[in-house]
Design a protein around this ligand. Structure first.
Ligand code: PMT
Length: 398
């Protein structure tokens, strides 16, 4: 995701400085080369050695360190950076940047860079709501600086409120978004994810093994590309991705209602959900008691949501998924045609490392014009990026 990207991570003096260590780990794991600059106050909270060991790069702490300056040089770091992240960012550093003060290694390098700067503030709630601070943040936003807002919660100073550093995962997500070209800006993309649950009685249901991972990865990939994202999700154990409009549903009927009510607003619909094809003909109002040795459940077909979208007069760009156990391409091609889709993602769900409830997938992308692209084993996030790039390319042709 961040393979080969040069990221400068500025760490300033706050109790949340230790969380920057976890952020550094996420960035390096994603393939980025990270160069850390610490302010003098930051070194009071975490030692430079920790960042140096994990980044495998020298940590810059002083503007007047001749060796570091000769080896790296703050201007060279400013030029080389694809992205600057300041996390945690104190009111002090934000004030200095807004006022054009460059009096240490971090402020000097930020001032000299042309890269995007992503700021994750962390401070006392009264500092965060102070009009002086608000003006500084506003000014920087107007100048194009990006912010990951702090969370509400118990603060190290004892106060309760906004000011707690955003999680390393959400700062990481904003960093990826900042570096992703906005190929879908201005569009609304709807993604469906997860399983549906078809209730038998108040305590039992029919469902499947979908975890929602594929659909949630698609929603995040669409958001990173600048689109408004509506995520219609069946019951899953995943946290709602930041910046995405989550619509939670249970049954296929609820999913259908949620999708059809919003389809008119969408340029693209991606149906990664594993919708139950059948539901019990009626839901028992009370728990079914254990009686005879055998019990027959009568099922009835659920509406095919994707096929219904395919019949719309003004239909969005439609992407289906096909979860197959045999004749993968033939079955997927049949669904592409029958449901009037623009593209279908065919995944072979007999493989242990692909399909349901794993972090990886492998698939064929099949297009309306008969062309096809093979996607070998990769993470669901990588596959989501490939799918979104193809959607953007197809939309650009239209
Ligand atoms: O959630 P994960 O654990 O990450 O797993 C991902 C996945 C395996 C669920 C996903 O990659 C996938 O293949 N999703 C589609 C599964 C499926 O239901 O396939 P299908 O061949 O039964 O349906 C074909 C298409 O029609 C799908 O886009 C489906 O959303 C849609 N459909 C199906 C039935 C129905 N009643 N309405 C629909 O819209």
């Amino acid at each position: 995701m961040l393979k080969g990207k040069q990221i400068v991570l500025g760490v300033t003096g706050g109790i949340a400085a230790y969380k920057a260590v976890e952020l550094l780990r996420l960035l390096t794991k994603a393939g980025a080369h990270v160069h850390v600059i610490m302010t003098r106050a930051a070194c009071e909270f975490v030692t430079p050695l920790t960042f140096q060991t994990l980044s495998m790069n020298p940590v810059m702490t002083s503007l007047f360190n001749l060796i570091a300056e000769r080896e790296i040089g703050h201007i060279s770091l400013a030029d080389r950076a694809d992205l600057f992240i300041i996390a945690p960012a104190t009111a002090n550093i934000i004030g200095k940047l807004a006022g054009g003060i460059a009096d240490d290694m971090l402020t000097t390098t930020v001032m000299a860079t042309k890269a995007k700067v992503l700021i994750a503030p962390a401070m006392n709630v009264n500092m965060y709501t102070n009009p002086v601070y608000r003006d500084n943040e506003e000014r920087l936003r107007r100048l194009g600086y990006l912010f990951v807002p702090p969370e509400k919660g118990e603060l190290a100073c004892g106060w309760e409120g906004e000011g707690k550093l955003a999680t390393p995962e959400s700062i990481f997500e904003e960093a990826v978004a900042a570096l992703t070209p906005k190929a879908l800006a201005g569009l609304t993309v709807m993604v469906t994810a997860g399983p549906t649950r078809e209730e038998i009685d108040p305590v039992r249901f029919i469902s499947n093994h979908s975890s929602g991972k594929m659909g949630y990865a698609l929603a995040m990939a669409a958001r990173r590309r600048g689109s408004r994202v509506i995520l219609v999700s069946g019951p899953v154990a995943l946290a709602a991705p930041a910046g995405v409009e989550l619509v939670s549903v249970e049954s296929a009927a609820e999913m259908r209602a949620a999708v059809m009510a919003r389809a008119g607003d969408c340029s693209v619909v991606i149906k990664a959900a594993a919708v139950a094809d059948y539901r019990p003909i009626e839901r028992n109002g009370a728990k079914i008691k254990k009686q005879a040795a055998e019990l027959t459940l009568q099922l009835v077909r659920n509406p095919d949501i994707l096929a219904e979208l395919g019949r719309l007069e003004r239909r969005p760009f439609l992407v289906g998924f096909a979860a197959e156990t045999n004749n993968l391409e033939a079955m997927a091609t049949k669904k592409l045609k029958e449901k009037n889709l623009d593209m279908i993602v065919a995944n072979d769900v007999t493989q242990a490392d692909a399909g349901f409830n794993v972090d990886t997938n492998r698939a064929w992308l099949l297009f309306r014009d008969g062309s096809r692209v093979e996607c070998p084993l990769m993470s669901k996030h990588e596959l989501a990026a490939v799918i979104l790039e193809h959607i953007a390319a197809e939309l650009a042709k239209a």
